[in-house]
Design a protein around this ligand. Structure first.
Ligand code: HEM
Length: 416
């Protein structure tokens, strides 16, 4: 009987104690139930009754003396959104692998141009399930015009980049609207409503009153996210290729980590769980994005007159935060122009690392970007070697920072 108590009742009571708060809110408290059933509470463990998470908190703060790991352990569980990670990992890899193979066959390629192609294909798939082909090629062309328009002087007359950008936007919008119409017809005809990409997700989104987004809101969201996303991922990936070619010791360390992972599995694809284990690779990604300074500044518009250090900033002015300065200042980073992923062994103070902006307008695609670059580096480093054709190529900073030759490389398969 004692054995039964020890093996059965005690663990059951302990489990109940551990889960009490979750059980209480999810099963017993009925006024939190959503119309679809379930409570729809934020994910995560609520701690034990009365004490909450105090023991875990003290464990990290008092005994381990690693206060940042307390919140990081939670961020790993919930902020990284495993489902989103899984979806990214499953969507992007096939195209990356086949692109790398084709590059090695051609031997000399311009990384910026080629990475852009594969990134756009992945984004097209991720956002609206567009397979490579005519539609995607047209969209690619329209987005080039659109991005140039965004950066141009706003003269809305034929012959100017701004005018051309607006025309490109109209054409891109009509492609997405057409796709949206097709999907709505399918739903009316009884096809299932499972979410497979961003467009589906936006179509199903409901606000508190059950209202859905209008067609134009859905399309606007997709166009904005694509503008924000595809050039920036391209640049981040290109800079990783560039810096790794220039810093062979870093490349070796990255390759060691990824080779170790590769040899422990049979699958060609890296899984979302494995990405979370690619610690050094993520440091390389963060260091690349710090050094690349893809967005040199962010800005906010004043909504009223603001007094700052005795000066008045009038309502409607733009206040620039020069984030490039934060990332290249010796006040924040030792030897800031040296590509050193090991500096990420310790967490950076948030105010010193703002590559994705901050506050409520923080970059919506920061995880997508970081994960895509990491997955790309996994495949690149475990199967290929490469070198820059022009290691001393000058860097141009407009419209975006990149080597003048677009980081041309010679790429070959590794002799394994
Ligand atoms: C390394 C890659 C990227 C960098 C460095 C970057 C950087 C930034 C920065 C600095 C901002 C401004 C944030 C602010 O004002 O506080 C921003 C905003 C934004 N980014 Fe990114 N981004 C990247 C990738 C992406 C990707 C992949 C997507 C889309 C999938 C994306 C979508 C957006 C959107 C939609 C916003 C506007 C957010 C808002 O205003 O609410 N970005 N990004």
């Amino acid at each position: 009987m004692w054995l039964a108590v020890v093996l059965g009742v005690v663990p059951l009571l302990m489990w109940l104690f551990w889960q009490w708060n979750n059980v209480w809110y999810e099963l017993i408290t009925t006024n939190l139930r959503s119309s679809e059933g379930g409570t729809n509470l934020p994910p995560g463990h609520m701690g034990i009754p009365i004490i909450g998470e105090m023991f875990t908190f003290l464990w990290y703060f008092k005994f381990l003396r690693r206060p940042d790991d307390y919140i990081n352990s939670k961020r790993r569980k919930s902020v990284n959104q495993p489902e989103a990670l899984r979806r990214i990992a499953a969507t992007v890899q096939a195209r990356m692998i086949s692109a790398l193979e084709s590059w090695a066959k051609r031997r000399v390629i311009t990384s910026y141009k080629e990475i852009k192609k594969v990134t756009f294909e992945n984004m097209g798939m991720f956002f609206a399930s567009f397979e490579p082909g005519h539609t995607l090629d047209m969209l690619d062309e329209y987005f080039v015009g659109l991005v140039n328009g965004v950066r141009s002087y706003p003269i809305n007359l034929p012959g100017f980049a701004y005018y051309h950008g607006l025309q490109c936007r109209k054409k891109a919008v009509s492609i997405f609207k057409e796709e949206l119409k097709k999907r709505k017809n399918n739903i009316e005809n009884g096809s299932s409503e499972s979410v497979k990409d961003l467009m589906d997700g936006l179509m199903m989104l409901k606000d508190e009153e059950g209202g859905r987004l209008s067609d134009m809101e859905i399309v606007d969201n997709i166009v904005s996210v694509l503008i924000g996303g595809y050039e920036s991922i391209t640049l981040a990936t290109m800079w990783a290729v560039y810096y790794l070619a220039k810093y062979p010791k870093v490349l070796q360390k990255l390759r060691d980590e990824n080779m170790c992972l590769k040899s422990s599995k049979n699958e060609q694809f890296v899984t979302s769980d494995e990405i979370l284990k690619m610690k050094y690779t993520m440091k390389v990604v963060d260091e690349t994005i710090r050094m690349a300074n893809i967005s040199p500044f962010i800005f906010r518009t004043t909504t009223k007159d603001v007094t700052y250090k005795g000066h008045t900033i009038p309502k409607g002015w733009n206040v620039l935060l020069w984030i490039r300065y934060l990332h290249t200042s010796p006040e924040n980073f030792i030897d800031p122009l040296c590509f050193n992923p090991d500096r990420w062994d310790v967490s950076m103070a948030p105010e010193t690392y703002q590559v994705f902006g901050g506050g409520s307008r923080i970059c919506a695609g920061n995880m997508l970007a970081r994960v895509q670059v990491a997955i790309f580096l996994y495949h690149l480093s475990t199967r290929y070697k490469w070198e820059l054709v022009n290691p001393d190529a000058k860097i141009k900073y407009l419209s975006n920072p990149k080597p003048e030759d677009g980081a041309e490389i010679i790429i070959e398969k590794l002799d394994l």
